[in-house]
Design a protein around this ligand. Structure first.
Ligand code: V47
Length: 371
């Protein structure tokens, strides 16, 4: 039986998907407003399999969050704190080096993001990258969101181009996708009032791409955004990707409410549901025709849903992670790390083929595919 036959309400969209024709904003809105999760999943999985067959990518990585002191203090976030907060910390270079010493062989990436700490100048971050690169020359350093780079630019009174040049010279290899949140001004002004604007976030990624750096992109949903805000956000990413081709992967992130100011202001908001998570992921796969990979972040959606997502458009499970702080500050109940063997088991049990990749999606190990 056909999932989407000629009389199905999405038959026109399904024809476009099969013909590789780009979906419009109106198409995106119809999909986002639909509860036909089977049809959405069917179409997203079609695209996903056309791009990647049965492969599911993962990487062996570590997270380091050098400081949680943040002057931006977005209401949706539970990680950033004021300087005088008892939980405030900034890692010394010795602590950073200690973490580098703990990195076992086989790790290919360190993901580094932190708060907008006004006391740290660019030389702190240059030194951090240099020390990590010296100890771990083969490990890819994916560091600093566009929001942090914008903050460094203001604190150091330097154009972001110069900040990026200095950080690249110190060892920066690529940029993570955080900080995008939702570009629409209305919800952004409530959930992330003092943050870098959506326009500036896009501009900084464009600058980075023009300098030859690759980056990721994200969208934070399940707060005050409308369905239209979500589609506009995806289209803004798609348009930038048309110009630069620099985004590697898109990661949908659902908002976690615990310990945040936003839930105090809007007590009716809630945790995301598995249904919404799968819907946003599938619609993203369908709208972002020019971004190769869609990552489901198991830390954030949980391992069971992340595994299911591999049939709803996702082809990447992120990694072993280790020491995740941002989601755990906001009540995430997942573990803070996962063994590689467990990632492989989840992928295999979903009937897919595990492929270990590095940050730039070069294949590190295909042997799990054969076992
Ligand atoms: O920008 C922060 C989100 C992001 C909360 O590039 C929250 O490979 C939900 O971007 N509830 C950071 N979300 C994480 C991120 C990321 C993760 C994994 C891989 C990559 C990559 C990037 O986390 C922030 C924000 O959107 N966030 N607090 C919260 N309470």
């Amino acid at each position: 039986m056909e999932v989407i036959g000629k009389t199905h309400p999405f038959s026109d969209i399904w024809e476009k998907v099969q013909a590789g024709i780009r979906l419009s904003k109106e198409d995106g809105l119809r999909l986002m407003k639909s509860n036909d999760i089977i049809a959405l999943g069917h179409m997203a999985n079609y695209v996903r399999e056309k791009k990647h067959g049965d492969y599911v990518f993962f990487n062996t990585n570590r997270h380091i969050n050098p400081t949680n002191i943040c002057q931006t203090l977005c209401s949706f976030c539970a990680f950033g704190v004021r300087m005088k907060d008892p939980k405030a910390y900034t890692m010394s270079m010795e602590e950073i080096e200690h973490r580098a010493d703990m990195v076992p062989p086989g790790v290919t990436e360190i993901h580094i993001v932190g708060g907008n700490n006004p006391q740290l100048k660019i030389d702190y971050y240059e030194e951090l990258l240099r020390r990590l690169k010296k100890k771990l020359p083969h490990v890819h350093l994916k560091a600093f969101t566009a929001v942090e780079l914008d903050h460094f630019s203001r604190v150091n009174k330097m154009p972001v181009e110069e900040i990026l040049q200095r950080l690249v010279a110190a060892g920066l290899d690529s940029m993570p996708g955080g900080g995008a949140e939702i570009f629409a001004e209305k919800p952004r002004s409530i959930i992330a009032d003092h943050k870098t604007s959506g326009e500036r976030w896009l501009e900084i990624h464009e600058i980075a791409h023009e300098m030859g750096l690759r980056s990721n992109c994200t969208m934070l949903y399940n707060h005050l955004e409308s369905e239209e805000d979500r589609i506009d956000h995806l289209i803004a990413l798609r348009e930038l990707q048309d110009r630069t081709g620099g985004f590697q992967t898109f990661i949908p992130l659902s908002w976690h409410p615990e310990n945040t100011e936003l839930i105090k202001q809007y007590p009716d908001l809630n945790w995301s549901t598995g249904f919404l998570d799968l819907k946003v992921l599938a619609v993203a796969r369908l709208m972002l025709d020019n971004i190769d990979h869609i990552k489901t972040y198991w830390i954030q959606v949980g391992t069971k849903l992340a595994q299911t997502a591999l049939w709803f458009g996702a082809d990447d499970l992120d990694g072993t992670v280790v020491e995740e702080k941002i989601y755990h500050a906001a009540g995430a109940e997942t573990e803070q790390e996962m063994e590689k063997s467990e990632l492989i088991r989840l992928i295999r049990e979903a009937g897919r083929i595990p492929v270990e990749r590095d940050t730039l999606y070069n294949i590190v190990n295909m042997e799990f595919a054969i076992a």
